[in-house]
Design a protein around this ligand. Structure first.
Ligand code: GLU
Length: 512
């Protein structure tokens, strides 16, 4: 392939939605696959929608997911600056160029004038007033006004916008790599504003000028931008850049977990699940979200999950390392129809990633979780703990939630087990078991097991008489890792102390 240059071009208008992260991922995979360049461009020309902290959020999210840009603000590159606000002085000249060659025009209509026209049209029953080829000759612009009138307005410093003069009666063809040829009728398209009255470009102008200046080869973005692409194709033609036009690929929508309708940030809040990569605090409850990171996801699992939201390798394989994704990825395998945000699948991916993690790699992750609760433990302890627990968690915080008792005393003993399994008259026997443990020199899982088995044989007890007592005695719950391993990790003194206390608690429960 030719020199592949792709860009992720978010607007810093708030937290980056998971759909944006998927767009970044597909751009990143495509660039890596073809030895190309992955560019981050910040589209921040709309100052009214600018949100402080959003750019930093975007960059942090990309880095957490592992899609570090090759070029971008703070990342270097020969085509900068990569923030549109830092390029703002160059756009006006491009708009002017189009006015000069008759592809665009000055429009002096004020917002109030346009509102009045819109209102008047509404009264006539027309609710879809468009500033387009049908009406432009009747409005306050350089199409209708004479050259002298226009000059007089310009000389007087009257504010104006520059609008694209969309040609009449043309078919505008967009060749989309995912959807094939998509045809738009130019008569349906409005004369989009390119340059605003404050001299700032609109998204359309800045986006096209920059894609061209940055030699973008492929535009991979969400489906919601497909309608704009008709204008973008016209802009390439107006500039005479049609031979350098990038190829377009519009990604399918991400649908709600129910499969009905587009996934929105509200769905996350409603279902108590993350739909943003990182937590975001916008200052109000409505604008504050929990992130995949804070929920306890492995970034590799998020990447793997997102890769499948719209793309499919065409094989049975589901778990893909980053390199495997790069090798398998292709735009041809991206689907047209919406991809359902399947929360069960997201959880499944995370479980698989945790299970496949090296115990040593989990040590710092687990340490962070238990430190949140004021605890710490040695690397060896945590690695052994990881081995026991990693098949029993879905998210990182579960290491604490499901197994806090490895780090602090049991809070609650399962009442059902106490009721059914504890026989106060057996207390002397169980005391004796503690003596047998005490006598053990080498307190390993195997030795503990052998000790318990000998104790059972000598006292004609069954596993069901003893193991639940051991398990609930040391952990409080019937759920958890293999009981003898758990006991070995906790250690002889700790276990005996816990069991002695548990016997008291169980006796008391029976007495009351
Ligand atoms: N700034 C646009 C956005 O926020 C970019 C769309 C595009 O990729 O062209 O998504």
């Amino acid at each position: 392939m030719e020199n592949i240059r792709v860009r992720f071009a978010p607007s810093p208008t708030g937290a980056l939605h998971i759909g944006g992260v998927r767009t970044a991922l597909y751009n990143y995979l495509f660039a890596r696959k073809h030895g190309g360049t992955f560019i981050l461009r910040i589209e921040d020309t709309d100052q009214t929608r600018y949100i402080k902290g959003a750019e930093a959020y975007i960059i942090e999210a990309l880095e957490w997911c592992g899609f570090t840009p090759d070029e971008g603000p703070g990342f270097g590159g020969d085509y900068g600056p990569y923030r549109q606000s830092e390029r703002k002085d160059m756009y006006a000249a491009f708009a002017q160029q189009l006015v000069d060659n008759g592809k665009a025009y000055y429009a002096f209509d004020t917002p109030e004038e346009l509102d009045a026209i819109r209102e008047a049209e509404k009264e006539k029953g027309n609710h879809t007033f468009k500033y387009d080829s049908k009406v432009r000759a009747t409005l306050n612009n350089s199409i209708r006004l004479s050259a002298n009138e226009v000059q007089a307005k310009l000389d007087a410093g009257e504010p104006y916008t520059i609008r694209l003069k969309v040609p009449e009666n043309e078919e505008v063809k967009v060749n989309d790599l995912i959807r094939g040829e998509v045809i738009f009728q130019s008569n349906e398209l409005d004369d989009k504003i390119l340059l605003k009255a404050d001299g700032m470009p609109t998204y359309h102008l800045a986006n096209i000028v920059d894609d061209h200046a940055m030699k973008i080869s492929h535009v991979i973005r969400g489906e919601e931008w497909l309608p704009s692409t008709a204008h973008h194709v016209l802009l390439y033609q107006a500039f005479g850049w049609e031979n350098e036009m990038p190829k377009f690929a519009h990604l399918p929508l991400i649908l709600k977990p129910t499969g009905k309708g587009k996934l929105s940030k509200r769905d996350g809040a409603k279902l108590g699940i993350p739909v943003f990569p990182l937590s975001w605090d916008g200052g109000t409850p409505d604008d504050s979200f929990v992130g995949f990171r804070e929920f306890g996801f492995d970034p590799g699992a998020v990447r793997n999950f997102l890769a499948f939201l719209g793309w499919n390798p065409g094989t049975e394989q589901e778990i893909f390392s980053e390199q495997e994704l790069i090798d398998a990825f292709s735009i041809e395998k991206i689907g047209k129809s919406g991809a359902r945000f399947d929360w069960d699948k997201a959880q499944w991916f995370n479980q698989q990633y945790i299970i496949a993690s090296d115990n040593k790699a989990l040590v710092p992750v687990i340490r962070k979780e238990i430190q949140k609760h004021g605890h710490d433990a040695s690397d060896d302890f945590l690695a052994a703990f990881a081995e026991m627990m990693k098949e029993r968690v879905t998210f990182y915080p579960d290491f604490w939630e499901n197994a806090y008792y490895f780090f602090e005393p049991v809070k609650e003993y399962d009442p059902k087990t106490i009721r059914k399994k504890w026989k106060p008259e057996r207390r002397p026997l169980f005391e004796q078991l503690l003596e047998r443990f005490d006598a053990l020199e080498d307190y390993t899982g195997e030795n503990v097991k052998a000790t318990v088995e000998a104790f059972m044989a000598d006292n004609e007890l069954k596993f069901g008489d003893v193991l639940p007592i051991m398990r609930v005695g040391v952990s409080g719950t019937m759920k958890g890792p293999a009981v003898f391993d758990m006991m070995a990790l906790l250690g002889k003194e700790e276990v005996n102390q816990r069991l002695r206390k548990a016997y008291d608690v169980m006796d008391e429960a029976h007495a009351s």
